[in-house]
Design a protein around this ligand. Structure first.
Ligand code: 5GP
Ligand code: MN
Length: 324
């Protein structure tokens, strides 16, 4: 990473007094952790900071220090000198946050998705980083910012989740250097890991039980899938945040090369979440055919249609990608 690159971020924020920060709908710890850490840094710089997420900071993420800084977006446009979008590949994935950004606001887009559409007035995209949190830590080190234990914990959570606990493609010496630096800033690794990985609500476990019981195999057992119809969501009282990570159980099976999760949404759409086990299988490419995006080995889309229709169409496209 050259000095010049990070200067893009510093230059965009230098004269800003009021700054908004947000990330994508259905946030994960990279989205919220990056939002919180960046908001804390901006506050240390003396800016007036507002942080939003379409869902606010949901109970699942209350282990993130200073999560209270994230609020629900108001329905009316707000004036900001700069609005920072983090970890968000396309602007519409900011969801209802978009309504809170007054037209004409300068948008600074910082992200690690290769499919990022460069929708900002200023764009800093580093697709070699496995998490937006890693970009932010490297930026903080570049500008010599003090990284508090609260900031470090948010960034560690961001990097830990997006790398599947330091396992996925893109995890390299930079990632471990970032983690090492964050631990020196005061991250309680076992405490944070317990909160992130050993504290799932019982209803999520019931969803996992259902997923394992109803999993299907396609394409000569090279694809594993599971579906979540709306009536089951009601019966198990699961929240949107509960299904994150369940797909990893399907991908972990020997011989399975890709896993897909189909979630029926109320508005006549299906949310598709796809994972690949090998770099040669590009699920982002497949999701793009359905107007989605993401990373080569972890991508998603929201597709019009019924669960059965979308499942058939998507599995056909994915089978083609696997067989070719
Ligand atoms: P997940 O499957 O966990 O929802 O998302 C995996 C990755 O794909 C994330 O990086 C996420 O940002 C991206 N992604 C998920 N759904 C969509 C979508 O509908 N559109 C785009 N552009 N990206 C998505
Ligand atoms: Mn991310």
């Amino acid at each position: 990473m050259t000095k010049m690159n990070f200067d893009i971020i510093s230059d965009a924020l230098r004269d800003a007094r009021t700054v908004g920060v947000a990330s994508h709908i259905r946030p994960d710890a990279d989205a919220l952790g990056s939002t919180i850490a960046f908001a804390l840094w901006l506050r240390d710089c003396g800016k007036e900071v507002t942080a939003y997420n379409e869902e606010g900071s949901t109970a699942k993420f209350h282990y993130l220090p200073c999560h209270e800084i994230v609020s629900l977006p108001p329905a009316t446009p707000q004036k900001f000198d700069v609005f920072v979008a983090l970890d968000t590949s396309v602007k519409n994935r900011l969801g209802t946050v978009n309504k809170a950004i007054a037209p004409g606001t300068t948008v600074l887009n910082i992200d690690h998705h290769i499919s990022n559409e460069n929708y900002g007035d200023v764009n800093f995209i580093d697709a070699s980083a496995p998490a937006t949190g890693q970009i932010l830590l490297e930026f903080f080190q570049h500008v010599g910012a003090r990284v508090s234990a609260e900031m470090a914990t948010n960034l560690f959570a961001a990097i830990s989740t997006d790398t599947g606990s330091f396992q996925y493609a893109g995890t390299n010496e930079r990632t471990f250097a970032a983690a090492s630096h964050l631990i020196s800033c005061g991250v309680d690794v076992p405490g944070l890991s317990r909160a992130m990985y050993d504290s799932q609500p019982r209803r999520r476990f019931e969803l996992l039980r259902h997923a394992l019981n109803t999993a299907e195999f396609h394409c000569d057992d090279r694809i594993a899938t599971f579906s979540l119809p709306m009536d089951l969501v009601e019966r198990l009282k699961v929240l949107p945040e509960d299904n994150e990570g369940i797909i990893d159980h399907l991908r972990s099976i020997e011989g399975v090369e890709a896993a897909v999760f189909f979630e029926e949404l109320p508005e006549g759409k299906v949310r598709v979440s796809a994972r690949s086990k090998f770099p040669r299988i590009d699920v982002c490419k497949v999701c793009k055919k359905f107007e989605g995006g993401g990373h080569p080995m972890a991508a998603g889309a929201r597709v019009d249609g019924t669960l059965t229709q979308v499942k058939n169409d998507f599995l056909k496209a994915l089978s083609d990608e696997i067989r070719n």
